[in-house]
Each structure stands twice: as structure tokens, then as C-alpha cells.
Design a protein around this ligand. Structure first.
Ligand code: NAI
Length: 385
């Protein structure tokens, strides 16, 4: 039986997900409210498949088969035959709820309804449907064709069958799946927050400049990009919005507090690479030189790592994901060398806890409070692995 996938919203994410599904033998029905977006999504998918042929990653026949699997539809009503619909429209709860309540009446009762939302709760989207058992979060990473990770998020109301079926389908597309609790940022967007937040705080205190902080994390932690390079790459508009949303959804917990530094860049339109200027000026040929003081680099590294590990430990404590899923998500979703719980075992739990306690005491700021699980591990002398 041919599996038919509907994609609603064919921007950056929808187009990528469509390409993945079509390349894995699914029939894909694309719908977007804007017919120009539908057309440019098709053109984008074609160009992307051509590039894969050029690089000899797929054959010409694979490309033709994938393109044959995709059709575009101006009317949402055409999505009736779908077995699964993935929504990837604008990040706005009321618009998403409207689309979910419409699509529910068009597809069969067996059709799975998924949202690719990054920051809204799946529960709030599912609430728009009469049959909320079939609504699930399926969160791809950008670019969806290249990034292996997909977070699968059951809402409170999602049936086990729908969750298991979703896992099976996404795995069959060659993706790495992790199960995440329906909480702000799910796994990756939550666990990665300190990489940016603590780096900015270190800069704000005048401890080091962008280039030095980036250099510390790349050389000592094996991160492919330093925090400031990465924020400029993601876009300070996108990164700031995620930070602010996560913070608001955690009832303004100090752990997730955004920074004024990034807010000002966002307000000024200094988004990073896409605008030519962010933390760095991309028009300048002179690259900023990092400081090479080993003790300073080590200080920066341990502080950011302690915050990253603390967040991962707290997420494990609160059962946001399993140990293996939490670690796997950071490797496959944001290219970390290894997960933070593995890092914790390597750096030593006591070193991490001492750093957090020192920062907590020094700044008197709740953002540095140590995770209960980390304290317990130190007390019991136990490792995560
Ligand atoms: P985008 O802005 O590139 O595309 C959104 C598309 O939805 C546009 O083509 C727009 O015309 C269409 N659309 C808007 N309202 C619609 C409606 N009522 N019916 C049908 N089509 C409609 O957005 P992007 O970046 O692709 O994001 C889509 C979703 O994926 C959002 O929920 C976002 O949070 C999530 N996401 C985004 C990631 C990213 O890095 N861009 C990563 C992971 C998830």
C-alpha cells in the first residue's frame, strides 16, 4: 500500500520534509496558502535532488521517482487521501489550531495529524481537534534533508498507537528518532539554551570577547562552531525568539532568561550572516583574533559546560527524555561531539557541581542553581553511564 503524506506549509521546513518523504517512497501532497510558495518549494526540491545526483548521493532514476511522488494542491480539501499530515506553517497557535480543525474534517479518522512546531505545546494544538488522540509532534531540524534527528512528541492526549506509528514512519525514512516530553523547547531547543545564554553572559561581564569565547568552545569542547558564530549562523532573530519563548513558557525561570545583548542585535536587524552583520562583521576580511590565555579559555569552557550539563541533568531528572535520547539528540540535532551526560561523566560531576555552586554563590542568581539530580549523583558517587 502506498503511504500518502500531506504537507501543509511549504516553506523551508515543509519543503525539506516533503523531499525526505518522497525520496523514501511516499506519495506527497503539498499544500500552502500561498501558491507562489508551492511553486518555489517544488523548484527548491528539484534543485536539491539535482545536487544530490551531481554529488552521486542518489541516481537520476531516484530523483525522477521522488519528483513523481510529489504533487501540489491549492485546496486543502485535496489532502483527503492522506495517511499522515505534517503541518509546517507559520508559528502561530491560533492559525495552527484553525488548520488542524479544518484538516480533521477532510481526512479519514485513521489519519495521523502531526505538527512540526518548535515552540508551541502539542497539547495546545491538539486541543483544536475533536479527535485529539491522533495529534502528535514531529519536530524536524533545519535543513530537514540533512539533519538526522527528529523529535517525536506525544501530547497528553496522544494515543500510544499514534505515537508508535509516527516513530515507525519517521524511522523508515532513515531518521534518528527520540521521544521528548511535551515541554518548552522539547529536548534540543531546551538543552542547547545555555550554550548561547552563558556565552553572552560571559561577554557581558567583560570576561572575554566573542572570538575568545568561540575559540574556547571549539578547541576545548570540539564544538564545530562557537556560540557566537552559531547564533549568527542560525540568525539572531530566530535564536532570540526561541530563547524568549522558552523563558516565557517556563514561567520566567531565571535559568532561561534571555539577554539584552541579543535583544538589541535583534531589534537593530543585526541578524548575523544573512544580514552581513551580527556578533561579527562579515564584510570585513579581518577576522577577530581570540586571546590565547589557556587559563582564561579553560575558565570559559568549564563555565559553559557546567551550565549545559546542569540543563541536561535537570531534563533527565524531570523525565523530558531518557539518558540515551537526551545525549543522542544533541549529537544528531546540533552536531555536538557527545551528549552532555557523557560529558558530565568525563569532566567529573564534582567539578561541575563546584562550578555551579561557585557561580550561584558569587552572582546570587537563581539561573545557576544546581540540578537536584546532579547533587544526588555527587552524593551517591554515581555516574550517568
Ligand atoms: P516558513 O515561514 O519558511 O514557511 C511557512 C509556510 O507556511 C509559508 O510558505 C506560508 O505561506 C505557509 N502558511 C502560512 N499559513 C498557512 C496556512 N494557514 N495554510 C497553509 N499554509 C500556510 O516557516 P518554516 O521555517 O518552514 O517553519 C514552519 C514550522 O516549522 C514552524 O512551526 C516552525 O516553528 C517549525 N520549525 C522551523 C525550523 C526552522 O529552523 N526554520 C526548525 C524546526 C521547526
Amino acid at each position: 500500500m502506498t503511504f500518502t503524506i500531506g504537507i501543509i506549509g511549504t516553506g523551508a521546513m515543509g519543503a525539506g520534509i516533503a523531499q525526505v518523504a518522497a525520496s523514501n517512497g511516499c506519495k506527497v501532497l503539498l499544500h500552502d496558502a500561498n501558491s507562489q510558495m508551492l511553486q518555489s518549494a517544488m523548484e527548491g526540491i528539484k534543485a536539491s535532488l539535482c545536487k544530490l545526483v551531481e554529488k552521486e548521493k542518489i541516481s537520476e532514476a531516484d530523483k525522477i521517482k521522488a519528483l513523481d511522488n510529489i504533487s501540489t494542491h491549492q485546496s486543502l480539501n485535496d489532502l483527503g487521501p492522506c495517511n499522515m499530515v505534517i503541518e509546517a506553517i507559520v508559528e502561530d497557535l491560533s492559525i495552527k489550531q484553525k488548520v488542524f480543525s479544518q484538516i480533521e474534517q477532510i481526512v479519514s479518522t485513521k489519519c495521523i495529524l502531526a505538527s512540526n512546531t518548535s515552540s508551541l505545546s502539542i497539547a495546545s494544538i491538539a486541543a483544536a481537534c475533536k479527535n485529539n488522540e491522533r495529534v502528535v509532534g514531529i519536530h524536524f531540524f533545519n535543513p530537514a534533508v540533512l539533519m538526522p534527528l527528529v523529535e517525536i512528541i506525544p501530547a497528553l492526549t496522544t494515543s500510544e498507537n499514534v505515537f508508535n506509528e509516527s516513530m515507525k514512519i519517521i524511522k523508515s525514512w532513515g531518521k534518528v528518532t527520540v521521544k521528548a516530553k511535551d515541554t518548552p523547547g522539547f529536548i534540543v531547543n531546551r538543552l542547547a539554551r545555555p550554550y548561547y545564554g552563558e556565552a553572552i553572559k560571559i561577554y557581558e561581564e567583560g570576561m572575554a570577547d566573542f572570538a575568545t569565547i568561540d575559540h574556547a568552545m571549539k578547541t576545548l569542547g570540539g564544538f564545530k562552531m562557537g556560540p557566537f558564530e552559531l547564533m549568527d549562523f542560525i540568525g539572531n532573530d530566530v535564536n532570540y525568539r526561541v530563547t524568549e519563548t522558552v523563558w516565557q513558557q517556563f514561567f520566567y525561570d531565571a535559568r532561561y532568561r534571555p539577554s539584552l545583548t541579543q535583544k538589541r542585535l535583534f531589534e537593530a536587524g543585526l541578524f548575523g550572516r544573512k544580514t552581513g552583520k551580527g556578533y561579527y562583521d562579515y564584510s570585513s576580511k579581518e577576522l577577530a583574533k581570540p586571546a590565547t590565555d589557556e587559563a582564561l579559555l579553560q575558565k570559559i569552557f568549564i563555565r559553559i559546560m557546567a551550565m549545559l550539563i546542569n540543563e541536561a541533568a535537570e531534563a533527565l531528572f524531570l523525565q523530558i527524555g531518557t539518558r540515551d535520547d537526551l545525549d543522542m539528540a544533541m549529537v544528531k540535532g546540533v552536531n555536538y561531539k557527545q551528549g552532555m551526560l557523557k560529558w558530565a561523566d568525563e569532566l567529573g560531576h564534582e567539578t561541575v557541581l563546584n562550578e555551579l555552586n561557585y557561580l550561584h554563590n558569587w552572582f546570587g542568581d537563581d539561573r545557576y542553581r544546581a540540578s537536584t539530580l546532579l547533587k544526588q549523583k555527587v552524593q551517591d558517587g554515581q555516574l550517568f553511564y
